[in-house]
Design a protein around this ligand. Structure first.
Ligand SMILES: NC(=O)c1ccc[n+]([C@@H]2O[C@H](COP(=O)([O-])OP(=O)(O)OC[C@H]3O[C@@H](n4cnc5c(N)ncnc54)[C@H](O)[C@@H]3O)[C@@H](O)[C@H]2O)c1
Length: 186
């Protein structure tokens, strides 16, 4: 999709795909199947590389572009029941850095948004979503959950020329939840 920067059109692509077989999000992590691991990593992490393979030649021909993907904090910290999807998100974030390194010389930026919990079809597959969302109201520095539009605003920023010197980054859009070690005890 082109964004206008003066007379020059920029191109961006957003990878917002994730899936793990339900059993892998219900059973203990140690019981992850090889097949479930392959599926989760294929759909939730390789998707970005697949997009990069196809989009980067088009972006290079246009003088550059921006790629964005969606991740979650469970890549770094244990969020029970996120299981193999957390491994997929860790691989996805690592892919962001490798792609940013390789594509930077073509003026192609690659970033990720690490969003707080939102009630979507994919998120409803993770048990405990309601409790995680409620916890945001208590623990997050802004004492609230996030809205979908706030993720959209951050995505627009990262894809726009305003973020022209930002690449390889994982930007948290989570009302500050990720900085906390422990919630307020008041
Ligand atoms: N909702 C949250 O709380 C949250 C938080 C952080 C990150 N994310 C990430 O945001 C991204 C979008 O998820 P969402 O929460 O908006 O849920 P969503 O259900 O709206 O989006 C997931 C999308 O993945 C697509 N998809 C699944 N399997 C596919 C396949 N095999 N091939 C092609 N497409 C496939 C679905 O059709 C759907 O459009 C995901 O990467 C998710 O992990 C979500």
């Amino acid at each position: 999709m082109p964004l206008l920067e003066g007379k020059k059109a920029l191109v961006f692509g957003i990878d917002s795909v994730a899936y793990a077989p339900p059993r892998e999000l219900e059973n203990p992590f140690y019981d992850t199947t090889r097949e479930g691991f392959h599926t989760a990593l294929d759909i939730s992490a390789y998707s970005l590389i697949a997009m990069a393979r196809r989009a980067s030649p088009l972006m290079q021909a246009r003088g550059g572009g921006s790629m964005l993907t969606m991740t979650y904090m469970a890549s770094e910290r244990v969020m029970p029941k996120y299981n193999v999807m957390a491994v997929a998100k860790a691989a996805l974030e690592c892919s962001v850095r490798y792609l940013a390194h390789e594509l930077g010389e073509h003026n192609i930026r690659v970033n990720a948004i690490s969003a707080g919990p939102l009630n979507t079809l994919a998120a409803r597959g993770v048990s405990g979503l309601t409790q995680i969302r409620e916890q945001m109201n208590v623990v997050a520095p802004l004492r609230r959950n996030i809205e979908q539009s706030e993720v959209g605003d951050a995505a627009l920023f990262l894809c726009s020329p305003l973020a022209r010197a930002i690449t390889g980054e994982i930007l948290f859009v989570d009302a500050g939840y990720n900085i906390m070690g422990f919630g307020d005890t008041k």
